[in-house]
Design a protein around this ligand. Structure first.
Ligand code: SF4
Length: 887
């Protein structure tokens, strides 16, 4: 058994992982104690990585028009079609849509091919959906896309402001680091600014539940407060910044006093004042922000309203201080570095004469794109309009993640030539590909990624490539060669690509650009293999190279003046406003145990168990007014789409707001992605879509019947049912699959209906039926093992699923279990563990509540001692605290 140090492929924390392949081919995953991002910690998703490596659903061979092909034919087809389209319609008639899942080396080759040799700016990345507003905000403020902070600043700060960031679920290891620091130093204060009461509130000394979308008023008000109360650093403003007076005028205009801010943001004056006082009186302040700020039609302005406050107080570029944007994806930062956003060139250069000249000479090309390409929403609109005729989508699933996905679907359906390179073969997007190219997945591919603190880490392979899957950089290199660019694309390995990229960052840099990896441009192949995590910029030294923990320590910025720029912000409300037709504001985001479109985390039954179905969280008072029931169904409509969803009543939602997770797709949900409800509004500067605020209408939905089916053998939801179901979700369980269904037409015979659609002709029926009331229950046991069960009801009054699903794990059902099977509950309630709270150890809510009550437990440490829950990744600790409070 050998262990390999690699990095987690999920969020932008970029945790180090040690993967060990065991003799039985299983993989053991542990946190890497030497990695500076996590020092051995992992969250629930990272801990379960070993459960996501099966080859089910993998794309293993090239395919053309749905038929297996071979690499030569597939690569020639792609190269010829792209070349021919460019010749016939020009370079801007083709596009790449890429992803923060790609490694730096893949990303670099893709960008070089499109911008450097095809000659179009039309390469955009799905980081447009999560980071683009931060990038634009950084560039306006600093003259460069620079994240100045390090994770250690979180531990060294005295005040951490979290805004638009559910860190506990979306960047769990950073949350754990802050939690640990707070335990060591209780004087470290945390303020959480978020319309929702999320799990992150658990470490917050103050929760500011502002009205959705009003962040810029709050931070403009802070700037004005700091000025009025003499908390500005005038020396810093004078020496290192420009634009202060205009920024202050704008702040005064929108947010002149605490009462005005409180009213605009829907807050109490005292809570605004307390926040402002805390910022003013604390020197070491870090403001952490992510998608809640970025995913907005005024995201860039919100970013700058935050940065303005740090610049005006000089709380930046020093230990424990700064505005800290945390990235969503494992290599979102890497994509920004190599220039995979369509409005950047490469290596933190832009489409301006000096940069174009420098890059053209470095790449030795005379066909460099001269202007920015299309950003994601416009790019797919151009595909739909027929302007882009050949599109290559790499490692991403825009039919789930984009706003107004029905429009994106129409675009792909109408596109002459769609190529998808991916490691999985069952995404909503790949169904529309003319050519499918099998890429390596995590554990097989090898390269590097950059996390939120500018730390470049190696992602190393520990599994052999399956079947004919290939590295993304290899696929791109082959296509480039076949398009006639052999000289520029003769890469033999990923180390060679990395060296070229590092050399470009240092080429004629002379301190002009923040991104400088020149200290790494002569790594040998062996050095590259052994490269330890390193924060950029990385400069050459006599003995090797020198990384950089923190930027702007000297107060020098990358605008021509050398000074930072404060930006005058005129706050704007979300583009879509609630009204009588659409009276609720829909917010979307991540949940604790799932990643993006579930193609990997969806393979782990214990991760799925935490929140198995897509839910709409809504305040109980709103629920009451609408006649919604917890666990019932609701119909939701927006200006662009409609869906049916399960209801969760929770006072963690503000009244008037609802929240739906982003992860489910057509693959596992008849209703498809929540993206179909999102209007394609976007920030005019960054192009980032407004995923956090969509006006919607909601009404209770009562279908004719509701059901769940548990099967030992999984299957796709039958095609024959598509027109019959108004709701259908497929859920992976431990040794079983669950199907949550609802419909409007009750069949003559449920038995015949099951046989027809679930093809189980030889079932031995153990059934119960009450025709008058509309109940039907069925179970099948073979050789003592439960094989299937079906529960159908005219309403949502169906049994709890957890106990029944646990029965599939048993080798033989007991007499009690058989007797109680069709009741849907154990004879003794103690046998029902309830909904999973701790994914690491599979501990359910009922078990926890029972032990807490019986043994009078009063804190989480005691629960961990008794049940292990919370003792591994700690992601469930906020929920354990909630249960303690409940008990
Ligand atoms: S916090 Fe979790 S998901 Fe993010 S990198 Fe670390 S282990 Fe992976």
């Amino acid at each position: 058994m050998s262990s390999v140090q690699t990095t987690c492929p999920y969020c932008g924390v970029g945790c180090g992982v040690v993967a060990t392949v065991n003799p039985d081919a299983s993989v053991t995953i542990k946190g890497d104690k030497t990695h500076p991002a996590n020092f051995g910690r992992l969250c629930s998703k990272g801990s379960a990585l070993g459960e996501t490596l099966s080859l089910d659903d993998r794309l293993l061979y090239p395919e053309i028009n749905g038929q297996r092909s071979d690499w030569d034919t597939a690569l020639d087809t792609v190269a010829q079609k792209f070349k021919q389209t460019v010749q016939e319609y020009g370079a801007d008639s083709v596009a790449f849509y890429v992803s923060g899942q790609l490694l730096i080396e893949d990303y670099y080759v893709a960008n070089k091919l499109m911008k450097g040799f095809i000659g179009s700016g039309n390469i955009d990345t799905n980081s447009r959906l999560c980071m683009a507003s931060s990038v634009a905000g950084h560039k306006r403020a600093f003259g460069s896309d620079t994240v100045p902070c390090s994770y250690e600043d979180l531990e060294q700060a005295d005040l951490i402001i979290l805004t638009g960031s559910n860190l506990a679920w979306c960047h769990p290891v950073l949350y754990q680091r802050i939690n640990a620091a707070k335990k060591q130093r209780p004087e470290l204060k945390v303020i959480n600014i978020d319309p929702r009461q999320t799990a992150t509130c658990d470490i917050a000394d103050q929760h500011i539940a502002l009205k959705a979308g009003t962040d810029a008023w709050l931070f403009n008000g802070l700037l004005q407060f700091l000025r009025n109360n003499d908390h500005l650093d005038y020396d810093y403003l004078e020496q290192h910044t420009q634009g202060f007076s205009k920024a202050l005028d704008a702040a005064k205009k929108s947010s002149g006093s605490i009462p005005i801010v409180a009213q605009q943001c829907g807050l109490e004056e005292q809570e605004v004042a307390a926040f402002y006082q805390a910022f003013a009186k604390t020197q070491k302040v870090v403001t952490v922000y992510s998608q809640g700020i970025n995913q907005s039609s005024s995201g860039t302005d919100k970013v700058n309203s935050i940065i303005n406050c740090h610049l005006a107080t000089g709380k930046i570029g020093k230990v424990g201080m700064g505005a800290f944007s945390v990235t969503g994806q494992p290599n979102a930062m890497g994509g920004r570095e190599v220039g995979a956003l369509s409005n950047q060139l490469v290596a933190h250069t832009d489409f301006k004469p000096d940069d174009l000249d420098m890059v053209g000479r470095f790449w030795q090309t005379d066909n460099l794109a001269q202007q920015a390409g299309l950003k994601a929403v416009d790019l797919f609109n151009a595909v739909k309009a027929g302007k882009i005729k050949a599109l290559w989508i790499m490692a991403t699933n825009p039919l789930v993640s984009m706003p107004d996905v029905d429009n994106v679907k129409a675009a792909l359906e109408s596109c002459e030539f769609v190529v998808v390179s991916d490691c999985v073969n069952n995404t909503d997007t790949i169904q529309h590909a003319h050519v499918r190219l099998p890429a390596l997945g995590w554990g097989e591919k090898d390269g590097s990624v950059t996390n939120s603190e500018r730390c470049i880490s190696r992602q190393r392979a520990f599994l052999s490539p399956p079947a004919e899957a290939k590295p993304d950089w290899w696929i791109l290199n082959q296509v480039a060669q076949r398009m006639g660019f052999e000289q520029a694309f003769n890469y033999q390995n990923n180390a060679q690509i990395f060296r070229e990229y590092a050399a470009l960052t240092g080429f004629e840099n002379n301190g002009l650009r923040d991104l400088d990896l020149s200290g790494l441009d002569n790594l040998s192949d062996e050095d590259y293999q052994q490269l330890s995590p390193v924060q950029w910029p990385v400069f050459k030294t006599e003995n090797g190279y020198q990384p950089t923990a923190r930027l702007f320590t000297d107060g020098c910025y990358f605008h021509e003046s050398g000074k930072a720029q404060l930006i005058a912000i005129e706050p704007r409300l979300p583009q879509g406003q609630v009204n009588t037709q659409y009276p609720f504001m829909l917010n979307t985001g991540r949940i604790r145990d799932q990643w993006h479109t579930m193609t990997r985390t969806g393979k782990s039954a214990r991760l799925v168990a935490h929140i198995p179905e897509p839910l709409m969280a809504i305040h109980p008072k709103d629920g009451l007014n609408l006649g919604l029931q917890d666990g019932g169904l609701a119909e939701i409509n927006s200006a662009v789409g409609q869906g049916v969803i399960r209801v969760q009543l929770t006072s963690s939602q503000a009244q008037g707001d609802v929240f739906i997770p982003m992860h489910w797709s057509k693959e596992n949900n008849e209703q498809g992605s929540v993206g179909k409800l999102i209007s394609p509004y976007f920030d005019p500067i960054s192009g980032q879509p407004e995923f956090k605020q969509t006006p919607v209408a909601i009404r209770a939905y009562q279908p004719e019947w509701q059901a769940f089916i548990l099967l030992r053998q999984g299957m796709d939801l039958p095609e024959s049912l598509h027109n019959q179901l108004t709701y259908g979700v497929k859920i992976r369980g431990k040794q079983s699959w669950r199907y949550e269904l609802a419909g409007e037409t009750t069949p003559e015979s449920w038995k015949d209906w099951i046989i027809e659609h679930f093809q189980e002709k030889d079932w031995e029926w153990l059934e119960y039926q009450d025709r008058a009331k509309g109940y039907y229950r069925y179970a099948k046991i073979v050789d003592g093992k439960l094989q299937a069960c079906v529960f159908i009801s005219p309403d949502a009054q169906l049994p709890e699923r957890d106990w029944l699903q646990d029965l599939f794990v048993k080798d033989e059902l007991s007499l009690d279990e058989r007797i109680n099977l069709l009741l849907g509950q154990p004879a003794q309630k103690k046998d029902d563990a309830g909904k999973i709270v701790c994914s690491c150890f599979g501990v359910g809510k009922n078990t926890i509540l029972k032990v807490v009550k019986e043994q009078n437990l009063t804190d989480v440490a005691q629960i961990t001692e008794k049940l292990k829950a919370g003792g591994n990744c700690g992601s469930c600790v906020p929920e354990l605290k909630e249960l303690l409070a409940k008990a």
